[in-house]
Design a protein around this ligand. Structure first.
Ligand code: SF4
Ligand code: SF4
Ligand code: SF4
Length: 285
């Protein structure tokens, strides 16, 4: 309930602000300043473009006294309009990026121009210009504050600012989506490169079955190896390429054969049974 009342108050405060979006109040735009006043975090005399009249309007809404403008935020002045010296402009686009109401037109490396009717006089385009070719020219004579800026202009500036913020949010979201897509693509590429089997188009090895008995799996591998060795021995025997020099071997070789046979007997392996050694040194028949 309190939040709803506060929100409504913030909206009503915003309606009373001049909407130049100049940030002189210390907030990034008029709406955040309205939120801060409604929340009791900011005083209602921090808006130079609104000037004395603006403070009086806010004081009436808030039921508070009219107080002087806090000049640490700036002074009330005749409303200026930005004018670009087109002979000096280098077309860097920095002023366009700074303008909160899209009042500047131009393209990269081309002359830029301010649309005077849309300019709120916020000054924000001046600091970024690298060649100091933007001048703020007063256009309202002696008239200052709300005497130099009507409600219709404020409403139009508010709408333009809101459209700009929506557009920027959309562009940011699109840029983030593109960055995410690029990142995902790079990750997928790295994964493909790290998997030569997959890169070569071969089927990836089947995932191990968690419930499979590891001992049974080991026995199966050994059995398959024994079978391959047996077949190879048979093929070599048929081709006559089996070892021929098993008779009259040297004493050293015979000693090795004897030692192997003794080990086979200790392990309970006899006759023509084959043996195989697993990676971890286990032996089995
Ligand atoms: S006009 Fe400028 S100083 Fe006034 S509320 Fe808006 S941003 Fe703040
Ligand atoms: S042209 Fe400059 S002074 Fe005018 S609204 Fe844009 S940023 Fe502000
Ligand atoms: S910042 Fe200055 S130089 Fe750059 S485009 Fe704007 S006016 Fe031209």
């Amino acid at each position: 309930m309190t939040a709803t009342v506060s929100r409504t108050l913030a909206e009503r405060i915003e309606d009373l602000l001049p909407q130049t979006q100049c940030t002189k109040c210390g907030y990034p735009a008029c709406r955040p300043y309205a939120d801060a006043i409604a929340a009791g975090k900011a005083n209602y005399n921090q808006c130079p473009p609104g000037g004395a009249e603006g403070i009086a309007r806010l004081a009436a809404l808030l039921g508070k006294p009219v107080i002087p403008l806090d000049t640490t935020h700036g002074v009330e002045r005749a409303r200026p309009v930005a004018v670009i010296d087109e002979n000096v402009c280098i077309g860097c686009t920095l002023c366009m990026q700074a303008c909160p109401v899209d009042a500047i037109v131009g393209a990269a490396k081309q002359m830029h121009t301010v649309i005077a009717e849309l300019c709120t006089g916020c000054d924000l385009c001046v600091p970024p210009c690298p060649v100091d070719c933007i001048a703020m020219v007063p256009v309202t004579g002696e008239r200052t504050g709300w005497n130099a800026w009507g409600q219709e202009e404020a409403d139009a500036a508010r709408a333009r600012h809101n459209r700009r913020m929506t557009r920027l949010a959309r562009e940011r979201a699109a840029a983030e989506a593109r960055a995410s897509a690029r990142q995902a693509s790079r990750a997928a590429q790295a994964e493909r490169e790290a998997s030569p089997v997959a890169e070569a188009g071969a089927q990836p090895p089947a995932a191990p079955v968690a419930s499979e008995d590891p001992e049974a799996k080991k026995r199966a591998i050994i059995q398959a190896a024994l079978e391959r060795a047996r077949k190879k021995k048979e093929e070599m025997a048929k081709l006559g390429t089996a070892p021929q020099n098993t008779e009259h071997v040297s004493a050293a070789v015979q000693a090795q054969i004897d030692e192997t046979e003794a080990r086979r007997r200790r392990l309970g392996l006899t006759g023509d049974e084959d043996t195989a050694c697993t990676d971890d040194g286990d032996k089995t028949a």
